[in-house]
Design a protein around this ligand. Structure first.
Ligand code: 5AD
Ligand code: SF4
Length: 484
């Protein structure tokens, strides 16, 4: 075990403690995991690279589909074994379950896995210090041989006050990139979705708080900021003068912060996706040319059953706005196959929508009935093999579409944000404004000098922006050569 004791740990409470946080699911969870690390840092916790090195393990969970939840219970089984081994050695491991499974299942988690010490919902993690203290108190009682009325410490309240008001300044900047939650929760209640039950009602952070966090992130080295929300287009944050700002207005203000080179946002709901966002893409050069606009189905009949609040035609109208924009906008989506009642004809409409839009990526899922959602009452009559077949047909067609679409980039020059290096392949990993992975090499003829600027050109670092010529394409990524 390597000793990675940091200055912060020494400052904390003089203790060397480590936390391992495993993140499942969406980017909002990635953001929340970083914020949990921020909350735990003043208590003396530094990040561990593996559960074996940690005193505290936090599983930040996802409840969106059944398989995501089940993974959590298998991991908890493994952690229980580690905890028992530790106890046999006179040490302990604190296990916390956070995120959407924690919110949805609460006490049930401790019933299924009594080794769990803390269950904390996504709106309550700013209270982790109190929950840890309580868990420690319970553990001390147990060590003293006293019986306790119930295992586990639970906090799954949806507090009236916002957790954001109680979080320390964020430290989550990795290779120039940072996430920034601007909106959380959802009031749409699509019939298949657990989000309104796990993340609660739609809430927009005030404008001043978002701008302050963005300034903090740029000061800490972020040059690319991704704004997050379950339905980011529904953003309606209160400004200092009492007015309400839309996402488009917020983006314009964020773009003026010095140091912001790229802005992204996700996820959009077609119903709230207005023309003003396309106008903002035209007007704000730092806003990336990529929109993730989940459609779920190409059949208006299914969209109705899902309560998506738009028709196929209305969705296609939004696509038409994007196709008419000055810059080429890359469009990606989410789709569900096998929703209750989906006929072959409905599925054919999804395939025809796929052909019509020309997506650059599709995240497609077999319908999975989720607890508490309205669709759980519908008979899940489409057999799993049929769902799998439809998924396969959809993804095969999409692969062909992507092969054609990605080929078109060959010979073009793209600005990429360097995300890292793939040593075995001797390639750098980059991302284009269209959100495509562009792996690239430095041409062998590049000048090798000790001159600093030349070195930056031939040895790009994570977080740099560099020009790359695309030389090859795959269904999911591009290949290129650095322009020197
Ligand atoms: N079954 C299958 N897919 C789902 N999604 C959300 N809920 C379900 C469900 N019950 C998918 C949607 C959503 C994405 C995040 O997950 O496509 O856009
Ligand atoms: Fe879920 Fe629908 Fe809200 Fe998206 S818009 S989070 S799919 S309920």
């Amino acid at each position: 075990m390597t000793d990675v004791r940091t200055g912060e740990q020494r400052q904390g409470q003089g203790q060397r403690k480590r936390v391992f946080i495993r993140t499942y699911g969406c980017q909002m969870n990635v953001y929340d995991s970083d914020r949990m690390a921020d909350v735990l840092r003043p208590l003396g916790y530094a990040l561990a690279d593996a559960p074996e090195q940690a005193d505290l393990v936090v599983l930040n969970t996802c409840h969106i589909r059944e398989r995501a939840s089940e993974k959590v219970y298998s991991e908890l089984g493994r952690l229980r074994d580690t905890k028992l081994e530790r106890r046999a050695q006179g040490r302990d491991l604190t296990i916390a379950v956070a995120g959407c499974v924690a919110q949805a299942e609460g006490q049930e988690i401790v019933r299924r896995q009594p080794a769990v010490d803390i269950v904390v919902g996504p709106q309550a993690y700013h209270r982790l210090p109190e929950l840890l203290a309580e868990a420690e108190r319970k553990s001390a009682f147990r060590r003293a041989g006293k019986r306790l009325p119930g295992a586990g410490v639970l906090d799954t309240d949806f507090p009236a006050e916002s957790k954001f008001d109680h979080l320390p300044a964020p430290a989550g900047v990795h290779a120039g990139q940072a996430f920034l939650s601007i909106q959380e929760g959802c009031d749409k209640f699509c019939t298949f979705c657990v989000v309104p039950y796990t993340r609660g009602a739609e809430y927009s952070r005030p404008v001043a708080a978002v701008l302050a966090e963005a300034r903090h992130l740029t000061a800490a080295g972020a040059i690319e900021i991704t704004l997050l929300g379950q339905n980011v287009n529904a953003y309606h944050g209160e400004a200092a003068d009492g007015s309400t700002w839309s996402l488009a207005r917020l983006i314009r203000a964020l773009a003026e912060i010095e140091g912001v080179a790229r802005l992204r946002y996700t996820t959009s709901h077609p119903r709230d996706f207005g023309r003003d966002i396309v106008d903002a893409i035209d007007a704000v050069p730092t806003l990336c040319d990529h929109v993730h606009l989940p459609v779920q189905s190409g059949s208006t009949r299914m969209l109705d059953a899902m309560q998506r609040l738009y028709t196929r035609e209305q969705y296609l109208e939004r696509i038409a706005w994007m196709k008419a924009a000055k810059r080429e906008i890359s469009i990606t989506t989410d789709m569900i196959v096998g929703f209750p009642g989906e006929t072959e004809a409905d599925f054919a409409e999804t395939l025809s929508l796929l052909n019509e839009v020309g997506y650059d990526a599709v995240f497609a899922f077999k319908y999975s009935p989720r607890p508490n959602t309205p669709s759980i009452k519908l008979e899940d009559a489409i057999p799993d093999e049929e769902k799998a077949r439809r998924l396969d047909v959809l993804m095969s067609r999409q692969r062909e579409i992507q092969i054609t679409r990605y080929k078109k980039y060959i010979g073009t020059r793209c600005e990429v944000m360097v995300e890292g290096r793939n040593e075995p392949r001797a390639q750098y990993i980059g991302r284009t404004t269209h959100n495509k992975t562009l792996n690239f090499v430095v041409p062998p003829t590049a000048p090798q000098t000790s001159d600093r600027s030349a070195d930056q050109n031939t040895n790009p670092k994570a977080g740099n922006y560099v020009p790359v010529i695309v030389t090859g394409s795959f269904p999911n990524s591009l290949l290129g050569e650095l322009v020197v």
